[in-house]
Unconditional design. Sequence first.
Length: 171
Amino acid sequence: MSAELTRPAAVGTRRDGPTRHRLPTERRILAHDHREIEHLLGHIESTAEIAGNLASPDLASALRGLLDAIQHTLCGHLDWEETVCYAEMDGLAGTPWATRFLRFQHEQIRQSIDRLEADVLALRHEPTHGALVALRARLYRLHALMSAHLEQEEVALTPFLDVPGDAPVPL
């Protein structure tokens, strides 16, 4: 999440009458955040590649750096999507099911991050080969979850934000 973009409290929808008007701010925020997350995906992949090639303290440091980048880039973005974008989509659809799967994916991503936090603590001791293989698998799982989620948002969320104020929403 970048400091130069201010996140609105609502998806830019004016509800003072029958007209809904989405502002381009959310689309810009989403595009900006997704570009940052794509860079983060590269960081996840490079960390997975070095697992097993570094001493435990160095790997723990690299993993801690990755998790700090995730916290800075991703966690606020997930919260913003859920409270602003997804809430708006659910409201327009008249059901929380409109974004249920996207929210479920967010939870899977958060659980993967939590597991990696535990891995940092476990790296206080030299890991076994099996533990390193499992760590790499968890990193690649997070990469796959995030990549698939970004693509699905491009299909489901981005078109919603691109719809002019009075046009039908593509749900």
